[in-house]
Design a protein around this ligand. Structure first.
Ligand code: GLC
Length: 556
């Protein structure tokens, strides 16, 4: 393997960790997490094996959508710290081999952003065209992001008598990306944060940002052309900038967001279709939905890739499944009404849905970390945190980090009622699930995750290689092989609670003498002379193997 080649396209073998500074660690005791607190935990993250931090929005904001309603793109929310703290974080993280990417929310601003305040002041305001206005509301674009709170994507501005577009909440007016002055401001933002040392951006709501339905008459030029030019600009500033897009859209459009075969738009996209079908496969204990999705997804261009995840900070969206499929996932993982959201999602976290730490949860992580792409872990999932359903809508999963069994889970020394968000309690609360206890327990989820992440990083075949599904006779078994520069790894996951036996095709010539290294456990495997291996996997069992050809060095 030419490992030296893995350093330039750093995102293809990265382990990304998403966190919200506000709920990570409160360094100054005011009840709100801050950069000072996060900096203290950088060595924790380095120890876990994280190579890239994705910071959720930390900009000045009225905080009506947890910071996704930005009122100043060139600032730091002063509850969290200042620019000096931000730069200290980036510098400390970089020193520990961790890159930092930040959320870039370009689809909309807050309605308290000075641009919008100016824009709505009068119809002939120079900032009016920073946003999208109409005399009459429209039923385009279709689809309402938050149907519990909004009924239209257009809101009347009483004073000026026109409607403005808002794809999300009414307090998040959509920016008019067709306006060259808006594009200039965006380039300025991207340049600004790159200069402060970030390695890239998690781009919010990309398809909404680029969509033309209902506003086409106001747009000149191809929005994908703009995305391409943004990427080119970012790479002129810093050659290895990574753009990771939130693209939850249908199959036929996905390749375009990479830039088709040129790969010159988003370097990475979150694999939403894969995620939704993975949860369906887990619910059914049947690998077929996952296999069918992998077969149907476009192959990313060589320098691009998928970002894989089990859960993120939003609802587990199941919007691309059929109604009956969604019901299957609801029945398995969200049996109560209060666990569901918007009719298509679940407001629960990975560990609570999979019954807490145990073989099923570990199998799901092992599967996620071995899928083609770059894994993204949501804060607290490495210890198996759960949600707090008393917190409304999507915020139920965004609970503060649980560092210990101290008051407030060690997150903050402030009185509980002053916390930025309540903690979780019960079986998943800090008394039962916390970092301090799991550090001391060799077989804890935390220590197991650390070992798994280390193996994942040492096995670039998973992130870089061509992946092929391995057919078996067991419906519950998901098996695949990744080949990179002649090196072969094989992974097998039993999605069911029953043991399975099967024969795996190792992808080597008949008669070729190979040995098998078990990448996760002390197990011996004797391959047959016909290039196959018989394996038995217990309930929710999993295994990762490397096929070693004659003359190749054994693994440590
Ligand atoms: C994205 C974010 C979500 C936010 C929305 C509006 O979907 O992930 O949390 O509310 O965009 O910015």
């Amino acid at each position: 393997m030419r490992l030296d080649q893995t350093s330039d396209l750093w995102w293809k073998n990265a382990v990304i960790y998403c966190l919200d500074v506000e709920t990570y660690l409160d360094g100054d005791g005011d009840g709100v997490g801050d950069f000072g607190g996060l900096i203290r935990q950088i060595d924790y993250l380095a120890g876990l094996g994280v190579t890239c931090l994705w910071l959720m929005p930390f900009y000045p904001s009225p905080n009506r959508d947890d910071g996704y309603d930005i009122s100043d793109y060139f600032g730091v929310d002063d509850r969290l710290g200042d620019f000096g703290d931000f730069v200290d974080l980036v510098r400390t993280a970089n020193d520990r081999g961790i890159k930092v990417i930040v959320d870039l929310v370009l689809n909309h601003t807050s309605d308290e952003h000075p641009w919008f305040e100016e824009a709505r002041a009068r119809r002939d305001s120079p900032k009016r065209s920073f946003y999208v206005w109409r005399d009459e509301p429209s039923d385009e674009p279709k689809g309402i992001a938050f149907p519990d709170r909004e009924t239209s994507n257009w809101e009347l501005d009483e004073d000026t008598g026109q409607y403005y577009l808002h794809r999300f909440y009414r307090f998040q007016p959509d920016l008019n990306l067709a306006n060259a002055a808006v594009r200039d401001e965006i380039a300025k933002m991207v340049g600004f944060w790159l200069q402060l040392g970030v390695a890239g951006f998690r781009m919010d709501a990309v398809p909404f940002m680029l969509e033309l339905d209902g506003i086409a008459e106001q747009v000149e030029g191809d929005p994908h052309g703009w995305l391409r030019s943004l990427r080119a600009f970012a790479c002129r500033r810093t050659g290895d900038t990574m753009l990771l897009g939130e693209v939850n859209t249908g199959l036929k459009d996905l390749a375009r967001f990479f830039g088709d075969e040129d790969g010159d738009q988003l370097n990475m996209q979150f694999a939403f279709l894969l995620n939704q079908n993975l949860w369906l496969a887990l619910a059914r204990e049947d690998a077929e939905p996952l296999e069918a999705t992998i077969r149907s997804l476009p192959q990313p261009p060589p320098d691009n890739g998928w970002a894989t995840f089990l859960r993120n900070h939003d609802e587990l969206s199941l919007d691309k499944l059929t109604g009956p499929q969604r019901e299957e996932v609801f029945a398995a993982f969200g049996p109560e009404d209060g666990m569901r959201l918007y009719g298509h999602g679940l407001r629960r976290r990975t560990a609570s849905m999979l019954g807490g730490d145990g073989p099923r949860l570990r199998m799901a992580w092992s599967l996620m970390l071995s899928l083609p792409g770059t894994p993204v872990i949501f804060m607290g999932d490495e210890i198996g945190m759960g949600e707090n359903l008393d917190i409304p809508d999507r915020m139920s999963v965004r609970v503060p980090m649980q560092w210990s069994d101290d008051a407030n889970g060690g997150f903050s020394t402030a009185p509980a009622k002053e916390l930025v968000r309540p903690m979780t309690g019960g079986a998943f609360g800090p008394a039962k699930v916390n970092v301090a206890a799991q550090r001391r327990e060799p077989d804890s989820l935390l220590n197991w995750m650390e070992r798994l992440i280390r193996r994942r990083k040492e096995s670039p075949e998973f992130g870089w290689g061509a992946s092929e599904l391995i057919e078996t006779t067991e419906p519950a078994l998901f098996a695949h092989r990744c080949v990179w520069q002649g090196s072969v790894v094989v992974a097998a996951h039993n999605l069911s609670g029953e043991s399975v036996r099967c024969t795996l095709e190792l992808g080597v010539q008949k008669g070729e003498k190979v040995q098998i290294d078990d990448l996760l456990e002390e197990r011996r495997h004797e391959p047959g002379t016909d290039g196959t291996l018989d394996v038995e996997l217990g309930p929710y069992g999993y295994l990762w193997l490397r096929v070693r050809r004659q003359g190749e060095r054994a693994l440590s």
